[in-house]
Structures are given as structure tokens and as C-alpha cells.
Design a protein around this ligand. Structure first.
Ligand code: B12
Length: 211
């Protein structure tokens, strides 16, 4: 079984098909990492590209994301069950005032697929919640996402809150989301910027010195 059909089911927003095909893929012996990186993530990337070209609209993006989540729900226990020690720990979330979570979820999925233990705080996350989560989990990486230009400066608030809690030296902060750039990341004092979920994994590994 190749993973093309699953990819197509995500793009079409076919939740039932996604669950069925994920099951078939698992039964066929594909690793959860492979299903994630070769079907789910590229499918959402395609949906994002189609959106940018006005080939699909918001409802299609949401339906595709929902279908992808169904698959992910089936992969998650397998991804975490492997019993291997996590390569690193991360806390991720979308800044306060911003409800967009599709890209952030992809980042979380990819990090988990690469062996990170991820605490996902969801969207509309206040700076204090990031601080509390770092304290609770001892996370090495904080990933902050935003899709709105109006909430971009919320990233600065997260960095400031970590500083005030004396945690800034202990964690590496990476930022991302459509309006974020390397220049913006430098401006707010983040340690890294990632333009996609795949680069988020590269950056996280670089920050922890993992090859
Ligand atoms: C889907 C969507 C919604 C959905 C969100 C559903 C959800 N659960 O996420 C809904 C309908 C709820 C929504 C609401 C709104 N939206 Co909206 N939305 C979008 C849309 C169409 C797609 C976003 C998306 O999911 N993209 C696909 C993902 C995969 O891409 P991504 O998020 O960029 O993530 C990738 C990278 O950026 C990176 N990444 C992301 N996060 C991180 C984090 C780290 C640490 C790293 C390293 C990397 C990384 O990796 C990801 C995967 O590769 C965009 C348009 C667009 N072109 O982006 C508008 C858009 C973001 N929305 C916009 C607006 C204005 C709004 C609303 C204010 C609309 C309104 N008037 O009500 C509200 C805001 C509500 C709120 N308070 O948040 C504007 C923002 C404009 C601006 N300049 O700020 C956009 C750009 C549309 C537009 N052109 O006007 N939206």
C-alpha cells in the first residue's frame, strides 16, 4: 500500500477515509513517523498551498485539518508508545488572542514524529501559561506560533515572561507562523525561526545540538 490514497483523503477532507486508510497503512507495516511525514504533513502543506492560490477556501482547510486530526489521533499512541527516551522536550502554543492552530498542530506532530515529548497548550495562550508549563515539564524548547499580525508582538510578551520568571537561560525559544520572519524573530530575541513544520524540527534539533 502506498500512502498516496491517505494523502488524497486528507486533502479531500474525508475523515472516514482517513481513519480507514490510516488503519490500512498501520496494518501494512508503515511506521507512524512515515505516515506522518509522507502523508499527513505533505497533505496539509498542499492544502495550505491551494489556499494561498485561492483554489480552496477556509471551510476546505478546516475540513482537511479535521480529517488529518482523526488520523493523527490514531498515530499518537503509536508515536509515544515506542518506549524510546524522548530526544527532547518541548512546549508549544499559539499566542494570546490568536485562535489559529493548524500550523502549530503540524509543528507539534512533526516534533513528536521526530521523537520529542510535546506539551501542546493549544491556542490563545497567555504568557504566564507558557511559563507555568515550562516549570511543570522542564521543557528545553518553547515553540510559539501566531498567524495574525495583530498578535505578533505577543511573542515578545512570552519571551519577557520567561525572562521575568528566570527561565530564559534554561529554554530555547523558537517562533513561527505565516507573518513571522527571521528578522522578526531576531527583533523579539527568539533563538530560532522556522518557516514550516519540517524546519521546526531541524531548528529544535540544532538548538539542542542533536544531529
Ligand atoms: C484557517 C484560517 C482560519 C481559521 C482557523 C482555524 C484553526 N483552527 O486554526 C478560522 C476560520 C477560525 C480563522 C479565524 C480568523 N482569521 Co484566519 N486564516 C486561516 C487561513 C485560511 C489558514 C491558516 C492555516 O491554517 N494555514 C495552514 C498552516 C499549515 O500554515 P501556517 O499556520 O502558516 O503554519 C506553517 C508555518 O507557518 C509554520 N509554523 C506555524 N506555527 C509555527 C510555530 C513554530 C514554533 C514554528 C517553528 C513554525 C510554525 O509551520 C506550519 C506548517 O508548515 C489563513 C490564510 C493563510 N493564507 O494563512 C487565515 C488568516 C491567518 N486569518 C486571518 C484573519 C484576519 C482571521 C480573523 C481575524 C478573521 C475574522 N475577521 O474573524 C479570525 C481570527 C480569530 C482569532 N482571534 O484568532 C488573516 C490574518 C491577517 C493578518 N495580517 O493578520 C489571514 C492571513 C487571512 C487573510 N488573508 O486575511 N482563520
Amino acid at each position: 500500500m502506498d500512502l498516496e490514497a491517505l494523502k488524497e483523503a486528507v486533502i479531500a477532507g474525508d475523515s472516514k477515509g482517513c481513519m480507514l486508510l490510516t488503519d490500512v497503512a498501520i496494518q501494512a507495516g508503515h511506521s507512524p513517523q512515515k505516515i506522518l511525514t509522507e502523508a499527513l504533513v505533505p497533505a496539509m502543506q498542499i492544502v495550505g498551498d491551494k489556499f494561498r492560490c485561492n483554489e480552496v477556501y477556509v471551510p476546505e482547510v478546516l475540513v482537511a485539518a479535521r480529517a488529518m486530526k482523526k488520523s493523527l489521533g490514531m498515530l499518537k499512541p503509536l508515536l509515544t508508545q515506542t518506549g524510546v527516551k524522548p530526544v527532547g522536550t518541548a512546549v508549544i502554543g499559539t499566542v494570546k488572542g490568536d485562535l489559529h492552530d493548524i500550523g502549530k498542530n503540524l509543528v507539534g506532530m512533526m516534533l513528536e514524529g521526530a521523537g520529542f515529548e510535546v506539551t501542546d497548550l493549544g491556542s490563545d495562550v497567555a504568557p504566564e501559561k507558557f511559563v507555568q508549563a515550562v516549570k511543570n515539564t522542564g521543557a528545553q524548547i518553547v515553540g510559539v506560533s501566531t498567524l495574525l499580525t495583530t498578535t505578533m508582538l505577543g511573542m515578545k510578551d512570552v519571551l519577557r515572561a520567561l525572562e521575568q520568571a528566570d527561565l530564559r537561560q534554561k529554554v530555547k525559544v523558537m517562533v513561527g507562523g505565516a507573518p513571522v520572519t527571521q528578522a522578526f524573530a531576531d527583533e523579539v530575541g527568539a533563538d530560532a525561526y522556522g518557516e514550516s513544520a519540517a524546519t521546526a524540527v531541524d531548528r529544535a534539533k540544532e538548538l539542542l545540538g542533536i544531529k
